[in-house]
Design a protein. Structure first.
Length: 584
């Protein structure tokens, strides 16, 4: 049977500790008797060796001395080992005292302290030997030079984890917020400011996941063309590591996320989610399950998407409904049957170029579908209706954004009939099915080129999970009629995003190709029509100023839109700020 590396290491140290204990007792006798041990002392010598081995080795095992990292043996480890060696020596002293009753067993008391210092020296020398060797010959002995960016406690956990996993990553420097240069387990620790001057030639970087990577990038110009890892779990000896991704670099991590407020909003409620199988809808479904909704009605017209999210979340309180929101009669039957307390409306056609080529379907699905869900929610006295909107609804230049703006107008002006109706507006979510990141990843895997529409095009980004939690948080504080806006941070240049993804991939010679703006696409997205937004109790959530549009007039205009031969002109009539960009 093949032994694991940890077991082999334990066997190795046990054998050497037996040799050291034997040798230290023998040397102690030699020193005590000026290298001329008389035969009458031989029995005592043998008994001392046997007793010491039977005491010390089990104690080392019981107190986990054999689990201590060989490569990173440090001060705390030395203290622990010293305590166990002292303890074993005290037991040996007690045993030899009682052996004095046997006249033929002669063990000089001076042997005990001599053996103690000799064995302690050799035991510590063995433990420090690998570290001495690696420090001196690291160029030939080590794997990848690794930089750790974390506070000292987390850095120590990461170091131990790397050693316990026999990792190929060898820490040679630690960067943290301390103000002076120190050492941790023999590894130099630098403040951010001084580290910029250090040139060690790193091949890998491990980053504490709780460090804001955007802030980190502002502090240091990290070389991202190496094999980077990011730690995700810091329980001692249980940490995992995953490849750092562009999502990690762009994640917002809102500091005012109020999980208590979200749970109070969701817990024990019957919640219906439209578009439940889509990127945003499926994450909202996960969050509602996480925050203990009493029942989830997952509604989607895509068979596969609905199947996937139902299988993932499957419990007795998950109800899949395969339905199209444009079918008013079927939708009403669903509301009548399940009587939802909260409706979250995520169903929509969102892909800008596709919507440009399918304007009738976009109007039917986005506008009429939303109108149906709002009207039925009011009819069946849903307590709160939450609509997912988009930054593309602000001064729209495409059909998709304009249809979503009309949905916002309908939602805002339908409020006040017993159902609190709110909308939440945000930008692109990282990793969604229609985002550029999966597309860029695929292009990188295929060897390029990466296609970017324009060198100056920018977009806002947020993690899907963070966006969805903020959606629920915004909905929890809504009183009806608000359009909430999520703080998306600073917009990101898509070409810079592409370059970052190429660097993270470690692949060379991936080119970026500019293809020109697509129909309806604009260079810069906005989240506000004007700057007169109102603050909420949460810094990450603001409220857009309301736009009045008489509901009867809006209904008439929507009917006109359905039968109009010139859809663009009618859309402009409803949304005057719509500036259609064909980009041909």
């Amino acid at each position: 049977m093949k032994l694991s590396k940890n077991k082999l290491r334990t066997v190795f140290f046990i054998l050497f500790d037996i040799v050291i204990s034997t040798a230290s007792v023998f040397i102690a006798y030699l020193l005590r008797f000026d290298f001329a041990i008389q035969p009458k002392y031989f029995l005592g010598l043998y008994i001392t060796i046997a007793t010491l081995i039977m005491i010390r080795i089990p104690l080392f095992y019981i107190f986990n001395i054999y689990n201590i990292s060989w490569r990173h043996f440090g001060f705390k480890d030395t203290t622990k080992l010293l305590n166990v060696v002292v303890f074993s020596t005290i037991i040996l002293l007690i045993v030899t005292y009682y052996l004095r009753i046997f006249e033929h067993i002669i063990i000089p008391r001076s042997i005990i302290p001599i053996e103690f210092f000799i064995s302690l020296f050799f035991i510590l020398l063995l433990r420090f030997s690998k570290r001495f060797y690696l420090e001196r010959y690291r160029k030939n002995a080590l794997g990848k030079y690794t930089l750790i960016i974390a506070n000292l406690d987390k850095a120590n956990s990461i170091i131990r984890t790397l050693d316990s996993q026999e990792s190929e990553y060898y820490p040679v420097a630690i960067v943290t917020d301390i103000n002076e240069k120190v050492r941790l387990n023999g590894i130099d620790v630098y403040p951010f400011e001084e580290f910029k001057k250090v040139d060690i030639g790193f091949e890998a970087i491990i980053v504490d996941e709780k460090i804001d990577l955007q802030e980190l990038n502002a502090k240091m110009d990290l070389a991202l063309d190496c094999d980077i890892k990011v730690a995700t779990n810091y329980s001692d000896y249980q940490a995992n590591f995953k490849d750092i991704s562009v999502e990690d670099l762009l994640a917002r991590h809102p500091k005012d996320l109020d999980k208590g407020k979200i749970e109070n909003f969701v817990k024990d409620k019957v919640i219906l989610i439209t578009g439940a199988g889509g990127s945003i809808g499926s994450e909202l479904s996960r969050q509602c399950k996480k925050y203990r909704a009493s029942q989830l009605i997952l509604l989607d017209n895509s068979e596969y998407n609905l199947y996937a999210i139902t299988e993932e979340l499957y419990t007795s309180n998950i109800v899949p409904v395969m339905q199209n929101i444009t079918n008013l009669a079927a939708l009403e039957e669903t509301f009548k049957k399940y009587k939802p307390d909260i409706v979250i409306h995520a169903a929509a056609y969102k892909h800008v170029p596709l919507v440009e080529q399918n304007i009738n379907e976009a109007i039917e699905n986005n506008i009429i579908g939303t109108k149906n869900v709002i009207d039925i929610s009011i009819k069946y006295k849903v307590s709160k209706f939450v609509m997912i909107s988009t930054d593309k609804a602000v001064r729209p230049t495409n059909i998709m954004g304009t249809t979503k703006r009309i949905c916002e107008l309908y939602a805002q002006n339908s409020n006040g009939k017993g159902t609190e109706i709110v909308a939440v507006r945000f930008g692109n979510v990282l990793g969604s099915s229609g985002s550029v990141i999966p597309k860029f990843k695929k292009q990188i895997e295929e060897g390029g080129p990466i296609t970017v529409t324009h060198p100056d095009i920018t977009r806002y980004f947020m993690l899907i999970s963070e966006a969805c939690e903020l959606v629920l948080q915004a909905a929890s504080i809504g009183k009806g009629g608000e359009i909430f806006i999520l703080d998306m941070g600073e917009p990101v240049k898509i070409v810079d995003l592409a370059k970052k993804m190429i660097e993270l991939s470690g692949k060379e010679n991936i080119e970026i190709e500019f293809t020109g703006l697509r129909p309806g696409e604009k260079l810069y997205e906005e989240l506000l029509i004007d700057e007169s937004d109102a603050e909420t109790e949460y810094e990450s959530i603001t409220v857009a100023q309301p736009t009045f549009y008489a509901l009867d007039k809006l209904n008439e205009d929507i009917i006109e839109l359905l039968y109009s031969e010139n859809k663009i002109a009618t859309l402009k009539k409803i949304v005057p700020e719509f500036n259609h960009q064909k980009n041909n």
